[in-house]
Write a protein that binds this ligand. Structure first.
Ligand code: TTP
Ligand code: MG
Length: 617
């Protein structure tokens, strides 16, 4: 008995813990484990800024020395000059060195957090429910995991650290100016409160605009992704122009929303630059007047000029940063939306892995409705399959056959009645356990862009030998096709490798299911895309496979279902007939008989046609 515990389950930091209502708080929690590194980045940044400020004080001393307002060290002017020169070089080295360290640590923080987040999101997304995936566009998800995570990375590497830098630079330099002269200190910050207020107001507007922009970008990438996925349909229906128009429309939308953003920026920056420029100029004039009035020395003036540049710089950038931060916040919000999604519970359920699954399946008055649906797609379904027996589902398209079998592995939860497996309700089985024991050959076969061997061995979850893979392929009558390829089982499937036909794909997925060796087998239209000869071969393979397994067969051809132990005829989600082939064909007015008649007639005509061609008539 295989164990349920996932063997290589790696645990990532659970970002679902970091989805506080307050985005700032959530971001702080998102940094969990990186707080110290981030602190280190801020600290080294502070040292770097201090070195810069110190060099400006050195400049002040130098100017005062030259203008006779300060004393030389030990009265020795030459020695003092040498010392000043050395100190300048030293401060510059410290400033650069610490700035480098700070940048490294910030990048490390940002890359670390976002790498962890991408891993988490990938894992999280594949654990979300079927219904979530069926209603969420793939392009939108891709956009979030790539572009939004990247916006967040920029936030951590540039903006989060930028806030630290700006606050530090501002206060260090402001205190330095205050220590030079208190009056100068206050004059140089007059314009800051209004600038801050305008920045905050602007921040709110830009956040909204950026949210719209990002949504539009997601719409654009969904359009692109759908177009690429459905490229065959587009070409077959010659709808390139229509698709082009659709893409252009979304692209135009993105252009407009981008323009709004740009316009807001182009309004704000010049305005704030003018105000800050005036502020700086006013400060210079004010300080110059103080020099003339002998209130401060020339050295102090020079130091002030240097310091004020580094006081204005952070203010100027604070506005920019506040705005850029809004993009990080929006992206964070978009990621939180995914993180908040409920995961499918794979391991919850009272049945333990030790339980032996025999394979008796009972439907008791089961009804089912899709979570986003309006009506029941299954109604009053009741029947029992004994262990090892086969039940065939037949019925017109859309009658609910696929929906019915998808309830067994709990892809969806039935909404009424009960389904019992070996007498225990399905809801008591952990989903992972059910899926381990149920093998499905899907209606639309899907192969990964990997080797054929990997595709066949996919569902087993253990090392398999070449012989095992081969015998599964033989049973699915695909072995001959595979060894016909130059690389045999190592042949890649998909974009970089061979393109398999629909029937070949289907048989490969049958081989995959044979190798998995499940207790319960679901064959959803498994012979739909193959010719009659191959169909017969596959049917033989499937008959071997079905032995001693409870099997659900969905098929359109009577020949595929007539040997089943129980045939269920579905119509609009309800069972309209049920029984064995021999009994069902007796009912002249039944749907089964109608299908039977049509198919035998078509088959007979086909046979006659073929024999006529064969005999050269
Ligand atoms: P299916 O169960 O897919 O019908 P089917 O398998 O019998 O049809 P086919 O032979 O073509 O494979 O669908 C039953 C109904 O459920 C149909 O009206 C569409 C609806 N439906 C949803 O509403 N949401 C879904 O996700 C699916 C798959 C179907
Ligand atoms: Mg179907």
């Amino acid at each position: 008995m295989a164990t349920l515990a996932p063997t290589q389950q790696k645990t990532y930091f659970d970002f679902r813990k970091a989805v506080a209502e307050n985005r700032l708080k959530g971001l702080w929690q998102t940094m969990s484990g990186y707080h110290w590194l981030y602190f280190g980045a801020v600290l080294t940044l502070m040292f770097s800024s201090l070195a810069k400020t110190a060099s400006l004080f050195l400049l002040r001393y130098f100017a005062d020395l030259v203008s006779g307002n300060a004393e030389a060290v030990e009265g020795n002017l030459g020695k003092t000059f040498v010392l000043i020169g050395l100190a300048f070089v030293g401060f510059a080295a410290l400033e650069g060195g610490f700035a480098f360290l700070s940048g490294r640590m910030a990048a490390e923080t940002a890359e670390g957090i976002t790498r962890r987040m991408r891993n988490f999101l990938f894992d999280h997304i594949q654990r979300l429910s079927f219904s979530y995936h069926s209603k969420t566009p793939t392009g939108d998800l891709i956009e979030r995991v790539t572009s939004d995570v990247d916006a967040l990375r920029r936030f951590f590497s540039e903006q989060a650290i930028g806030v630290g830098r700006i606050v530090l630079l501002f206060f260090i330099n402001w205190f330095a100016i205050l220590s030079l002269n208190a009056k100068l200190g206050w004059v140089s910050v007059i314009s800051i409160p209004p600038i801050l207020a305008v920045s905050l107001w602007f921040f709110k507007r830009v956040t909204k605009a950026y949210e719209k922009y990002q949504e539009q970008e997601a719409a654009l990438s969904t359009t692109l992704q759908e177009n690429l996925t459905g490229v065959r349909v587009v070409k077959a229906f010659a709808r390139q122009d229509y698709e082009k128009g659709k893409f252009e429309k979304e692209n135009w939308g993105k252009f407009l929303k981008g323009k709004i953003l740009l316009f807001m920026h182009s309004l704000f920056w010049p305005l704030s630059d003018i105000v800050l420029g005036l502020q700086m100029l006013g400060g210079f004039v004010f300080a110059a007047l103080m020099v003339i009035n002998n209130e401060i020395t020339v050295g102090t003036y020079l130091a002030y000029v240097g310091l004020v540049v580094w006081l204005i710089w952070p203010i100027r950038n604070l506005g920019r940063l506040i705005v850029q931060t809004s993009t990080g916040m929006v992206s964070y919000g978009r990621l939180v939306e995914i993180m908040k999604q409920e995961r499918e519970d794979l391991f919850g359920g009272s049945v333990t892995a030790q339980k032996n699954i025999i394979g008796e399946v009972t439907f008791e008055d089961v009804s089912f409705q899709y979570s986003d649906g309006q009506t029941d797609v299954l109604k009053n379904i009741s029947f029992t399959v004994k262990p090892g027996q086969s039940v065939a589902l037949i019925g017109s398209t859309g009658s609910g056959k696929t929906s019915l079998v998808n309830l067994l592995p709990r892809f969806h939860e039935y909404t009424g009645g009960r389904i019992l497996l070996d007498g225990v309700e399905l809801k008591d089985y952990p989903r992972a356990m059910l899926r381990q024991h149920i093998g499905i050959v899907e209606q639309e076969p899907f192969l990964f862009s990997r080797s054929i061997r990997e595709n066949i061995a996919y569902g087993v979850g253990r090392q398999v030998t070449d012989e095992e893979v081969e015998s599964a392929a033989r049973a699915a009558s695909i072995h001959e096709v595979i060894i016909g390829f130059p690389d045999g089982y190592k042949t890649l499937v998909g974009e970089k490798g061979v393109t398999l036909s629909g029937g070949q794909k289907q048989r490969t997925t049958i081989a995959r299911t044979i190798l998995k060796n499940p207790r319960i087998l679901i064959l959803d239209d498994s012979t739909s895309s193959v010719d009659t000869e191959t169909e017969a071969e596959i049917r033989q393979a499937l008959t071997n496979l079905m032995q001693n397994r409870t099997t659900f067969i969905i098929a359109h051809r009577i020949q595929s279902v007539m040997n089943a132990d129980l045939i269920v005829v579905l119509d609009k989600g309800e069972i309209i007939q049920m029984g064995k082939h021999a009994d069902l064909v007796q009912d002249e007015n039944g749907m089964y008989r109608k299908i039977y008649d049509i198919q035998t007639r078509v088959d007979d005509e086909l046979e006659m046609e073929l024999s006529r061609v064969g005999s050269g008539e």
